[in-house]
Design a protein around this ligand. Structure first.
Ligand SMILES: Nc1ncnc2c1ncn2[C@@H]1O[C@H](COP(=O)(O)OP(=O)(O)OP(=O)(O)O)[C@@H](O)[C@H]1O
Length: 322
């Protein structure tokens, strides 16, 4: 896809397949996410190449695609002098619902997105979080077979962002509607997406199951509770010293202790971890045993022993690093 006189290639050589569940489309600002969504909706015609959405051709069947798809645009597009209920009913009617069904569905989806009380207020007076919810409601009113959400968490504070991400997850998982959701915050979608597509400067960087992205690093994080030592050392320091005495390489990280992976064979020679598979599992079990025994010997309580997983942001940083 080239814009204007062809100077700017917004997308190039992009070949990707998007399936069921929640797919996160991530990339920095300008990576081409909105362009891809508009192409898939048949709103923009690509300079070359093509695509199909739910079996419809984007070049010739944009109308059928938009009938079957719910779309939440990135920018504010709500008429300020309309009440949310009237707007969502209207969008249902535009999508072909009879009047009574549109009213019923609008009330349902507005309740669903958490706007039950506020649905009779003019949207011009809404907070950003309420506007994003209203935009989501209009994308769902006609019972779409697929939804495309462009930056649904834009402008939200952390609590509102978590609420929005939970809603997106429910759409994909509880209601079984496939979701394509974008974010320029790379790590934001890792909790809720089954699959991640990463774009960088209009190119496909990766398209992969989220789990494959976030593979186990072998590092274990531990939190302990208990008494200070005779020398005044706090529980975390005592645990760290106990683990080090057993040959583990560890360090404090916030209120937790970060322990490097261990080798399976040899009780004392604990160094670099194996890469994966059964050996990695055995190493993890062994490490857990050592952690449990150390805490027991010191009379400390284990609050948490958790494997650390990689972060999408790290993967991205590594891949685009010069
Ligand atoms: N109408 C347009 N005319 C010219 N260039 C455009 C147009 N729309 C987008 N672009 C350019 O195409 C590239 C991709 O933009 P796009 O909006 O698809 O990215 P994005 O990943 O959605 O970013 P953002 O999160 O900022 O919206 C950018 O370089 C952008 O400047």
């Amino acid at each position: 896809m080239r814009y204007g006189a062809g100077q700017v290639a917004a997308l190039s050589d992009l070949s990707v397949e998007i399936g069921d569940g929640v797919t996160g489309l991530v990339g920095a600002n300008g990576a081409g996410k909105s362009t891809l969504i508009k192409i898939l909706l048949g709103l923009l015609t690509p300079t070359s190449g093509g695509a199909q959405v739910l079996g419809h051709d984007i070049r010739t069947q944009g109308m059928q695609i938009r009938e079957a798809v719910g779309y939440m645009p990135e920018h504010d597009c709500l008429p300020p002098d309309m009440r949310a209920i009237d707007f969502v009913v209207h969008m249902g009617r535009v999508s072909g619902l009879p009047a009574a069904a549109a009213r019923e569905r609008a009330a349902d989806v507005l309740r669903h997105v958490g706007l039950a009380e506020e649905r009779y207020r003019l949207m011009g007076g809404y907070s950003t979080g309420m506007k994003q919810r209203a935009k989501l409601a209009q994308a769902l009113v006609h019972d779409p077979r697929l939804v495309m959400l462009d930056e649904p968490t834009n402008g939200l504070d952390p609590a509102a962002r978590d609420d929005m991400l939970s809603l997106v997850r429910r759409i994909g998982h509880d209601f079984g509607i496939p979701v394509l959701v974008t974010s320029h915050l790379l790590g934001e979608l890792e909790r809720i997406s089954d699959h991640v597509v990463v774009l960088d400067g209009g190119h496909l960087l990766r398209s992969q199951a989220t789990q494959a992205f976030l593979g186990d690093t072998g590092v274990v994080l531990v939190e302990v509770l208990g008494d200070h030592g005779a020398d005044g050392a706090d529980p975390q320091t005592r645990m760290g010293q106990g683990l080090a005495a057993r040959g583990l390489s560890c360090r404090p990280r916030g209120g937790l202790i970060e322990i490097d992976p261990v080798r399976v064979q040899g009780a004392d020679a604990l160094d670099e971890a194996p890469a994966g598979g059964m050996e990695a599992l055995a190493a993890r079990d062994r490490l857990r045993d050592i952690v449990r025994d150390t805490a027991a010997d010191l009379g400390l309580g284990l609050v948490r022993v958790q494997p650390e997983t990689g972060r999408l942001e790290d993967v991205f940083r590594e891949e685009v690093a010069p």
